[in-house]
Design a protein around this ligand. Structure first.
Ligand code: DX5
Ligand code: ZN
Length: 223
């Protein structure tokens, strides 16, 4: 099974995105956190920014929408060419219809769950999604501490994915370091978002390699 490392540009130098993207070209995808100051109490980038990143990024875009009314806005990000568009289960009016729309445009469809959101109601929807994002911090800010209390959700998802035979990626986001990545990998994650640990490192490429190796070592049993 592939291990994916997706650095979050929330922790990058906002004055130099093109240069920052060049520092993470050994990563799998670049994670872009869209916040609207309503679904979460923070405001970041919007569609125009993503359209421009799409033009200059050496690696595909992994969009994480922390916004109200994703039913209205998410398709625009797929139309912009994003490889993957993930919206929150707590915010979507019709998650299945939205996922189908994203796929029909050509993007991978992702469903995100906040730390307190139960996974059980969504297990039967796995065929509708390409990725499930288990938030390992409360969404809204980078630099928070990893919540190991979310790992049972990952285990439930990993076993449901294995039973289904589907290739649904299981992503974790928040507080991922070379230590906490071991816990998430062991619990069944295969796709790891890391903001401060990658962009806060003196050598982001070396940190990406370290995270990748750390995760791979702890994914035994999930191969
Ligand atoms: C938090 C964002 C994360 C954030 C992760 O709401 O969704 O993607 O950038 O940052 P770190 O890795 O610093 O916790
Ligand atoms: Zn994110």
């Amino acid at each position: 099974m592939v291990t994916r490392i997706n650095p979050s540009i929330l922790a990058a130098d906002f004055a130099n995105f093109e240069r920052e993207l060049g520092r993470i070209r050994s990563a799998d995808l670049v994670h872009v956190d869209i916040m609207d100051n309503h679904f979460v109490l923070n405001l970041t980038f919007g569609l125009a920014m993503v359209q421009r990143l799409q033009q200059v990024s050496p690696i595909p875009l992994d969009i994480h929408l922390m916004i109200d009314d994703p039913d209205r806005w998410a398709p625009d990000y797929a139309e912009a060419g994003a490889y993957s568009v993930t919206f929150h289960a707590e915010a979507a009016a019709d998650a299945v219809a939205l996922a189908r729309r994203l796929r029909s445009i050509g993007a991978r469809a992702g469903l995100a769950l906040k730390p307190d959101t139960a996974v059980e109601p969504y297990l039967e929807l796995l065929p509708e999604f390409d990725q499930i994002l288990v938030m390992t911090v409360e969404p809204g800010f980078g630099g928070q501490s990893f919540m190991a209390t979310t790992m049972p959700k990952l285990r439930a998802l990993r076993s449901a994915v294995a039973q289904s035979g589907l290739d649904v990626w299981l992503q974790v986001d928040g507080g991922i370091t070379e230590k906490t990545i071991e816990i998430a990998a062991e619990a069944g994650a295969d796709t790891f978002v890391a903001g401060s640990s990658v962009f806060g490192a003196a050598d982001p490429a070396a940190q990406i390699a370290l995270l990748r190796a750390s995760a791979a070592r702890h994914r035994h049993g999930h191969e």
